[in-house]
Design a protein around this ligand. Sequence first.
Ligand code: GLN
Ligand code: ZN
Length: 780
Amino acid sequence: MTVTVATLGFPRIGPRRELKSALESHWAGRTDAGALQAAAAALRAGNWACQRDQGADVIPSNDFSLYDHVLDMTATVGAIPAIYGWTGGPVDAATYFAMARGTQGRGAVGEAADGCAHGGCTHGGAQGDGVPAAEMTKWFDTNYHYLVPEFAEDQVFRLSSTKALDEYREARSQGIDTRPVLLGPVSYLLLGKARGGDFDPLALLDRLLPVYAELLTALRDAGAGWVQIDEPCLVLDLSDAARAAFARAYDVLTAGVPGLRVMLATYFGALDDNLATALALPVHGLHLDLVRAPDQLDAVLATARPDLVLSLGVIDGRNIWKADLNAILDRIAPVAASGRAIQLAPSCALLHAPIDLERETALDPDVKSWLAFAVQKVAELAVLARALNEGRDSVRDILDASSAAVASRRVSAKINDPAVQARVTQADATLVNRASALDARRACQRAKLNLPAYPTTTIGSFPQTPDIRKARAEHARGDMDAVAYEAFLRAETARAVDWQEEVGLDVLVHGEFERNDMVQYFGERLSGFAFTRHAWVQSYGSRYVRPPIIYGDVSRPEPMTVAWWRYAQSLTVRPMKGMLTGPVTILNWSFVRDDQPRSATCRQIAFAIRDEVMDLEAAGAPIIQIDEAALREGLPLRRGDWQSYLDWAVTCFRIAASGVADATQIHTHMCYSEFNDIIAAIGAMDADVISIETARSKMELLDAFVDHRYPADVGPGVYDIHSPREPAVGEMVALLSAAAGRLAVDQLWVNPDCGLKTRKWSEVQPAIANMVAAARLLRA
Ligand code: GLN
Ligand code: ZN
């Protein structure tokens, strides 16, 4: 039987970020809806042609989205919350973008060219006047963010968009018979939330299925032979009710739409205890992620119906490494020979991969020879299929080149640093333990720092103004020399330090003006990291990130932040914090090498950060903050895997932090709002002070800290930096009083929820002045 190639989904953003330009000029009112649609159609046509030219047989449609594919499904089934004022009929662009971005007042997530695009600190809060955007959250354990569907208990679903049908027809008119992609009904409900939170969205399944059936019927009648229905929730821990919902949904859909074949796609992990559920569904094909979960293939082969088409996800859709094609062939040749129909596919949609390696003309040629982006991954799949269909000799030279690339990477001196490899095996207790326990350290630090009660500070960054971005761009282009750029940044820093003294903050920061991004800045100064020019991936909407590539053993050739700290401290007698990004966050926001466990790479980064911590201390820094903004988001999808992740993540933080003397105070910062699950791990990090996001929850989030008797100091964020709104003194006093009712007064710090780089000075100045006033009122 002929082996075919399927791609599951392709990046939408365009090789030159065309989608971002088209969206942002449309939002700014410079182009009309027609121009936006034309740009989108051009991207789709380019994607289809590209995949066909690279050798894909089964090409997806409806994988494209103007903003988010979950939002597309919300529009398709007409689940528009009442606040958007939609009155039925096809969901128009204004309603769609209102859900995506809110209207007015929403200082538009998406527009600050240099803000935090990681998503961790972007969730819409109070947005001033207008309608707020729908809530956004992480798509499984990727750095893509989707808009969370919100359902009413009496939710009505109605087919309200013809997008899937239109795109199928559009491709057909270009001579490409696609396999339309839909997010499946059970995952769609499981990814959503009940308004008011008091019913189970799965209860809505029977109301939702007729809309899916209507859409599938229309696709079939338009000519589609197959559809791809994504049910990634099948790799999660599921309740019995959820498993039953899968059975019900696919019974109804396959019976209701005869003649249409369904490829059910699972990805991001193993089916494991959901395997029997998946294999019992009356679908025609099943896609398996064999990169994350290679071992599940045997179990599936042992029990799958002989006529079930298997889509083998053998090429990593989430990472950027060239595959070892011969090794994959060795594994799947027996399956192909067994007579079962198989397709070859990336592990998941290529949405999470950058588009085209060929555009990277400035990469180190060795590093480049080890990489494959979306376009190259489709080509790899085509080579695999040809080897199976026509014999390996038909593609011998390509297979040899693949093996050579894999071999050269393994032994390259660019990857292997024996000194680093030897150092990370070090495991004595002093490596992960501070010299003294928390209470003894606290006494030393209090004596040294002599801070008032309710000490005030900020999270690190101050506004990245248009001037700063302009200077950085000019410097990058070579239009501003290093001396001038340095002088410019020094002036900004000095101004920020002066202002902090004036406004009366107790612990100061230098402002992070020299940093483009909290991970990239460090990656650019560490060995073992590479940076691309064009390898953008979508984080949310029109916000894309260009994650660093960790390709080799990591070390720190020289101090990264000491000079800026020293300069800033020279301007004031108040304590100046040294500001670092932690090892787990650097790891979680990068493309990580696949030739050793993530934990091993993280440990190397931890040693590099430890070196920086020690140098900051030696330079005189009394306080060092190590941000772990992404620690929580690295949690594995299955609960059973959490503890081992948390164990090594906490160890890495402790390696970074534990070398300092008792009197040196270690802070950490986490900008999210759910701590119950990981509070024990947070305690185990053994930081002296943690600052967290709490303003929007009215300090309720502190309960986790109270319940677990968190012993160290806590800085519960007293105002939401995501909103341009000026927080009133009284509000912050009330929040701090609530905090003081939960924790000991001498445990409390006063700070905003997160860094201030996305705000304007005109917002920061009154907000921080009020915050200082609130702290003073409480002291009095
Ligand atoms: N120090 C960083 C800042 O203030 C922390 C940002 C974050 O946690 N996302 O910007
Ligand atoms: Zn933060």
